[in-house]
Write a protein that binds this ligand. Structure first.
Ligand SMILES: [Zn+2]
Length: 247
């Protein structure tokens, strides 16, 4: 072995790649568990228990937790460790605002530029959403997010794709916390209308549809109006449900 080869032993790219992909696998497992609400907002995430469960070192778990913290799915507090994030209503509204702007950009850049293969992929995704509609809510939330990240991936804009993925993860957590799945019949139809507008190359229509769609998603999670926090506003929907009216 030449001296040059001996020096390379320390930073074996294969073992680094293996570590990286294991961290990625831990991230994926935790992300799914959070987005499907197996792990609830606020729940503690002890490194040793997770490491034991996944058969990996605490160091790898810590690395995965750090990445998920950047995505906004986890909070890490000094001396208290990691827990599933618990965004406030105000934070939730901010996230949706950013998401709408980013996704307007996505459909603007995709209008009229999708290949037939890409359209087929999007249609398959919508079909899966439709199939999952009658099953559990968490799966619908995840699938509905996938439609949006599939779109952003098609832009070929790596930075935009990363931001949309992150903001969609945050939204899924928020919907798990405050709302209901947005993969109801009307939302699946909204996804279909979006794909139609993109196929027709109508950027303005696609942007307007995306805007309204995400507004509706937020509204279904009761995030749309900047609430006053007034007890009357908070009680209004409950009063309506019980047939109680103001005097
Ligand atoms: Zn959607």
């Amino acid at each position: 072995m030449s001296p040059g080869q001996a020096q390379k032993v320390k930073a074996d790219p294969r073992s680094e790649a293996k570590t990286g992909s294991r961290v990625q696998s831990i991230c994926n497992a935790l992300r799914s568990a959070i987005l499907e609400q197996a792990l609830r907002p606020g729940m503690k995430l002890p490194e040793d228990t997770i490491g034991e469960q996944f058969g990996v070192s605490r160091t790898l778990v810590r690395e995965a937790l750090k990445r998920l913290a950047v995505e906004g799915l986890i909070e890490i507090k000094p001396n208290r460790g990691a827990s599933v994030a618990y965004p406030t209503l105000d934070e939730a509204r901010d996230v949706f605002e950013v998401r709408r702007t980013l996704e307007r950009l996505v459909v603007q850049s995709l209008a009229g530029r999708l290949s037939q293969a890409q359209i087929t992929l999007l249609e398959t995704c919508i079909q899966h959403e439709d199939d999952a509609r009658d099953r559990n809510g968490p799966e619908s939330i995840r699938l509905a997010g996938e439609f949006h990240t599939l779109l952003s991936g098609m832009t070929g804009n790596v930075l935009l794709d990363r931001y949309v993925q992150e903001v969609c993860s945050r939204c899924s957590l928020i919907l798990a916390l405050y709302g209901r799945p947005h993969s109801s019949e009307c939302a699946v139809n909204e996804h279909r209308q979006l794909v139609d507008a993109l196929r027709q190359g109508d950027a303005d229509k696609a942007m307007a549809l995306m805007d309204r769609h995400l507004e509706d998603v937020a509204a279904r999670a009761a995030l749309a109006p900047r609430g006053s926090g007034d007890i009357r506003d908070l009680l209004a929907p409950y009063a309506l449900k019980q047939g109680l009216t103001k005097k």
